[in-house]
Ligand binder design. Structure first.
Ligand SMILES: *[C@@H]1O[C@H](CO)[C@@H](O)[C@H](O)[C@H]1NC(C)=O
Ligand SMILES: *[C@@H]1O[C@H](CO)[C@@H](O)[C@H](O)[C@H]1NC(C)=O
Length: 296
């Protein structure tokens, strides 16, 4: 018997089983159901016959934060997960799995990531998640916790790889939110609810740290120079105004001269000051002015 898959459409599972097992499949299913019923009845009889002792095996307890997913003869029991508290299983034909519903914390180990602008950074994060649907977390995925953790790691790497460094440093909040929504979407089919993602630390390579520090220092120095230059400009204007005022009245210069002498005597009282008569200074000034007027 050949199965034609060249047209791109795979045969539906039921069609396939019909092709393989022939038209007797329905009959086989009916037989399986009847067999299951018989086994269930036998199991009940076993429980009743060994009454006081069978209770020890049949009654199970799960904690407030746990649920039990029960499989009877390999099929999920209708009514969803049982618990919290006491639940009942039949010996030999029931199997059950406990699922913890409490929030778990996963510390994503530091990941070396190449950002969009080709800088290698080391990023770590914390993910808080919990099982939201116990049945689905057992039936749909082999190990829901392990899968969620691996996915969290790869999602972190992907997101960081799509962004330039300055965004990673300045927009942690929005990156966390984006990552949470991506993770939540992917893990929904595993019965996992991602509650929170926090980017813990972004570590830069030492060389880059040095370069950034040098850049910041240079920027500060440039600003300081501008401020100093502006100060000089203002001071020179003020000095010019002062000199104009002094130039208007000769007595002002003399007063200023005496004032300077006074300052020196107060501050450096061990320095001996020999006062030069201001008249001599005026004489030199006048001589200079005359020579400028009449150079011959
Ligand atoms: C879990 O998922 C199953 C299948 O999607 C659904 O039937 C069931 O109601 C869900 N249980 C809860 C508690 O949401
Ligand atoms: C000289 O100045 C110092 C402090 O600057 C002061 O202690 C001292 O008394 C002063 N001497 C005189 C003679 O004023």
């Amino acid at each position: 018997m050949s199965v034609d898959v060249t047209n791109g459409q795979r045969p539906h599972v039921e069609d396939y089983s019909k092709q393989v097992f022939g038209s007797g499949t329905e009959q086989v299913m009916e037989e399986a159901k009847t067999c299951g019923k018989i086994l269930t009845v036998l199991s009940w009889m076993l429980v009743i016959l060994t009454m006081p002792f069978s209770l020890l095996v049949c009654f199970k307890v799960v904690q407030e934060y746990e649920r039990a997913v029960i499989f009877r003869l390999g099929r999920l029991l209708s009514g969803g997960a049982k618990g919290p508290g006491i639940f009942f299983i039949l010996p030999c034909i029931d199997a059950y799995a406990r699922v913890d519903l409490r929030t778990r914390t996963y510390d994503i180990p530091p990941q070396e990531v190449l950002t969009k602008d080709s800088v290698t950074v080391s990023v770590d994060a914390v993910v808080y998640y919990r099982v939201s649907n116990a049945t689905v977390s057992i039936a749909n995925v082999e190990n829901a916790h392990h899968s969620t953790r691996l996915l969290a790691q790869t999602t972190l790497r992907n997101i960081m790889g799509q962004r330039p460094l300055h965004e990673i440093l300045s927009e942690r909040e929005s990156i966390s939110k984006h990552m949470k929504s991506l993770l939540d979407e992917a893990t929904e089919s595993w019965g996992i609810n991602v509650e929170r993602v926090e980017i813990k630390d972004v570590r830069l390579p030492v060389q880059l740290q040095r370069a950034m520090a040098a850049e910041a220092e240079a920027a500060r120095e440039a600003r300081a120079k501008v401020i100093a230059a502006e100060g000089e400009q203002k001071a020179s204007r003020a000095l010019r105004e002062a000199s104009e005022v002094i130039g208007d009245s000769p007595a002002a210069l003399q007063l200023r001269y005496l004032q300077t002498l006074n300052t020196i005597s107060a501050e450096k009282n061990s320095t001996i000051v020999f006062p030069l008569p201001i008249d001599m200074v005026t004489y030199f000034l006048q001589a200079k002015q005359n020579s400028q007027k009449d150079p011959f």
